[in-house]
Design a protein around this ligand. Structure first.
Ligand code: CMC
Length: 428
């Protein structure tokens, strides 16, 4: 008997099965042979919310949640945050290697050349209601992009796929900035491709008619690092959505709109917005103990705490805490920081959080930085979506060329009614 197998005995029948183990996993389909009789469909695994199911093999992002490790293509997140740039990291995620100078020049040129959006899409963005949430505008505009690039449906063609990647990465900051400007009733600024990726985004959001307008390099750099930290996080809710929708072979704009919608939720990328609202609700350091008690009673969750994968301090939160100080030197400190630091201190000494391994995650401090940089709270999920697009695209591309992948289609355990006969309305 091979050592790399799992022996399963079905006590209903007394039969034993040898199931191969590969990469510490068994194939769920190997369970199908376990049957009580020939009519039996066969055993399935039941795993709501995929808590212990690997849905793919991937070479993109590695996380050790217990140790608090995050690596993109093998490179520690700490090194990338310190030495790299968001556009370089996007290249790394999508193509697997760091670019040389020539490759990087070509790549950034291609992305920055695709920053303009079609005027019809600009008009479409103008007709949202004056107070539309920018994330709603972004999601709809991403979906609308598919109507401008009909060839994108042919995503198995490598050349076509590459072009959509440049387009999406180029256009996302433009649509995000337009959503913001629409919200505050200011005219749209068209992209300036001579600027860096993050600086151009800040410019499109910020510029009015100042003669001596300049982007603050510390803020542009801080935002760039935040973009690096948010670029990918393996099979999270939105990335799994990107893969699932993309597995139907729909164009990447439609798939990415779905991924962005998944990100919008308060348990995922909407958490940084929820953290800010929570800190404002707490209002003062003296109110923290009572708030924590309410969390422990199950009245609400401590937003920005806990993670499906990290059962240790989220390494991105450590880096963000450091950036916060650089940003505050430019913007002045954010009073919510004191509440956040005290909340973290109290929570990390409390058995409720310690026993459940609930630590601050990436969203706990990012919102405080964004607010200090004067981003309105409802732009926070948008600031998450822009960089996460590179991760979504990397994972989508990997999925498309993976011969083991099929259209995503989970099974269910049906516990509903047996067959019954229709009863006419008047007899019910
Ligand atoms: N506050 C209070 N209790 C919590 C929290 C929290 N933030 N998170 C988990 N718990 C408790 C939960 O009540 C449960 O307790 P019990 O065992 O007594 O029922 C236990 O911890 C395990 O929770 P879970 O819901 O089974 O954990 P999960 O892996 O399904 O959820 C999570 C992960 C991130 C959705 C959750 O921790 C959460 O809701 N956190 C707050 C929202 C948040 O900050 N999300 C951002 C995640 S990081 C960025 C991203 O991925 O977008």
């Amino acid at each position: 008997m091979s050592k790399d197998t799992l022996t399963v005995t079905d006590n209903r029948t007394g039969k034993s099965y040898q199931i191969p183990i590969e990469n510490d996993t068994i194939r769920a389909l190997d369970l199908r042979q376990i049957k009580v009789n020939d009519d039996d469909f066969g055993m399935m695994s039941y795993d709501p919310a995929y808590q212990n199911t690997a849905s793919c093999k991937s070479q993109i992002t590695y996380i050790d949640g217990g140790k608090g490790i995050l690596r993109y293509r093998g490179y520690p997140i700490e090194q990338l945050a310190e030495h790299s740039s968001y556009l370089e990291v996007a290249y790394l995620l999508i193509y697997g290697e760091l670019p040389n100078q020539e490759q990087f020049d070509y790549w950034s040129n291609r992305v920055m050349r695709h920053t303009y959006i079609h005027e019809s899409l600009t008009q479409l963005m103008r007709v949202f209601r004056y107070d539309a949430h920018p994330m709603g505008m972004l999601i709809s505009s991403i979906a609308a992009l598919s109507t401008f690039h009909a060839e994108a449906g042919n995503c198995l063609d490598d050349t076509i796929r590459q072009k959509q990647i440049w387009r999406i990465l180029g256009k996302l900051p433009t649509m995000a900035a337009f959503a913001y400007r629409h919200r505050i009733g200011r005219p749209f600024n068209y992209p300036d491709s001579t600027m860096g990726y993050t600086a151009n985004f800040l410019y499109m959001m910020d510029y009015m008619n100042e003669r001596d307008y300049e982007i603050n390099p510390v803020l542009a750099k801080a935002l760039d690092v935040l973009f690096i930290l948010h670029a990918d996080h393996e099979q999270n809710c939105s990335t799994s959505t990107m893969r699932a929708i993309g597995s139907s072979r729909v164009d990447p704009y439609s798939a990415l709109a779905g991924a962005a919608a998944a990100l919008y939720g308060p348990l995922h990328g909407g958490a940084n917005e929820a953290v800010l609202r929570m800190l404002n609700e707490i209002g003062d350091v003296k109110n923290i103990p009572a708030y924590v008690e309410r969390v422990k009673k199950g009245e609400m969750r401590l937003m920005g705490f806990g993670h499906r994968v990290y059962k240790n301090y989220d390494p991105r939160a450590t880096i963000i805490k450091k950036i916060a100080h650089q940003v505050f030197e430019v913007t002045g400190t954010n009073p919510l920081l004191d509440i956040a630091l005290e909340l973290e201190r109290i929570a990390l000494e409390d058995d409720y959080f310690v026993s459940r391994k609930l630590y601050p995650n990436v969203d706990f401090y990012s919102g405080i930085i964004y607010q200090a940089m004067r981003f309105p709270v409802d732009m926070f999920p948008v600031l998450f979506a822009i960089p996460r697009a590179s991760g979504w695209l990397a994972q989508w591309s990997e999925m498309l060329v993976d011969p083991e992948q099929r259209i995503a289609r989970p099974r269910q355990v049906y516990l509903g009614s047996e067959q019954r006969d229709y009863v006419p309305l008047e007899q019910r």
